[in-house]
Design a protein around this ligand. Structure first.
Ligand code: ADP
Ligand code: MG
Ligand code: MG
Length: 213
């Protein structure tokens, strides 16, 4: 993969966050402070603009720029967490002008590790980690099973990863939140889908669309 699918990924994320902004806000209104949709719209619009203005030369530089922009533009929990994810993923890719499916899987593993290190959420805590973990594991498994994936195999692995993220987000509904604002509600957080897990699933689906576009 050269830089183009990465640029498309950010475009797809910004579009889907814009389209799903009200839904994300509603989810955050139920167990948080009703700003998740606005936070991500502001962040990914700024990230897309930064990519257009600064025209980074490599996939790694692009992801790093996106991460830095998210941290700068989005307050709250999700800005630093997603920002760190993109920055760590960018750092893992280094300066390479093109990357393999295995490199991509490794970068997403590094991004998830960054989220876990910063937020110290485990699976089952009702956060974005519940959607990101199964998605990253699905892609990493596919990339490990083969020396390198063809374009079609990568698309199929990302489709499976997006499905795993969606299931992970769905699985947050019966959980009690143990991290972030929703945890202040204690057992009253049960019965609601986590907004960050939901946006994480949108972000993984956007990557699938970006490589098949
Ligand atoms: P805030 O809660 O500061 O208003 P957002 O509404 O933008 O920020 O994001 C909330 C989401 O952030 C939650 O739904 C959850 O998925 C995620 N989140 C919160 N705290 C953590 C954490 N410690 N680790 C991982 N994800 C977290
Ligand atoms: Mg919020
Ligand atoms: Mg907030």
């Amino acid at each position: 993969m050269d830089i183009e699918p990465f640029r498309l990924w950010i475009e797809e994320i910004a579009g889907s966050v814009r389209a799903e902004k009200d839904m994300l806000t509603r989810l955050d209104a139920a167990i948080g402070d009703a700003d998740h949709g606005a936070n991500l719209e502001r962040g990914f619009d700024a990230a897309l603009q930064a990519v257009r203005d600064r025209a980074p030369a490599t996939p790694g530089a692009l992801l790093t720029l996106v991460g830095t922009t998210l941290i700068r533009k989005v307050g709250g929990a999700s800005g630093p967490l997603y920002g760190t994810a993109f920055r760590e993923a960018g750092r893992a890719l280094g300066e390479a002008p093109a990357v393999s499916a295995a490199d991509l899987a490794g970068a997403l593993e590094a991004g998830l590790a960054g989220v876990v290190k910063l937020g110290s959420a485990a699976e089952g805590d009702k956060t974005m980690v519940d959607a990101l973990t199964p998605a990253v594991e699905t892609l990493a498994r596919a990339a490990r099973d083969r020396d390198d994936l063809t374009g079609r195999e990568l698309a199929e692995a990302l489709r499976a990863a997006a499905e795993a993220a969606g299931k992970g987000a769905e699985a947050t509904i019966p959980m009690q939140a143990r991290k972030g604002r929703a945890s202040y509600l204690g057992p009253r957080s049960i019965g609601h889908r986590d907004p960050g897990a939901t946006s994480a699933a949108l972000i993984v689906s956007a990557l699938h669309r970006a490589v098949t576009r």
